[in-house]
Design a protein. Structure first.
Length: 114
């Protein structure tokens, strides 16, 4: 397994700084384990849902980003329920909400997903 991953709190701080440097907004919805917590990004644009991104452990032991589904047309209650389900299985989970003016560009640059 690859242990070269940044500690979760460092990665979260970097993502938040990156969003804020672009004039966007980010906040921690759920704070997990400082070093090993998994990470979910709830991406919105002007308050409208765009995507939920999850960093997962791949079969080869590296971490990759994938889009996750909170429902057909996720509203805030769907996202809250989605995060609650994930937190039941992973108490170390970090959840970050980002309100980004150019969400697809941010997603591509931050996670490699387009």
């Amino acid at each position: 397994m690859n242990d070269e991953r940044l500690p979760a709190h460092v990665e979260v701080a970097g993502i938040l700084r990156r969003a804020q440097a672009s004039g966007d907004f980010g906040t921690v919805l759920r704070k997990g384990d400082s070093d090993r917590g998994s990470l979910i990004l709830v991406v919105t644009s002007r308050g409208s849902h765009v995507a939920i991104l999850e960093r997962i452990l791949d079969l080869d032991g590296t971490y990759v980003w994938q889009r996750s589904d909170a429902g057909d047309s996720p509203g805030s209650i769907d996202i809250v329920n989605f995060l609650a389900r994930r937190a039941r299985f992973d108490e170390d989970l970090w959840a970050v909400e980002l309100d980004i003016a150019e969400p697809e560009r941010f997603i591509a640059e931050t996670t490699g997903l387009g």
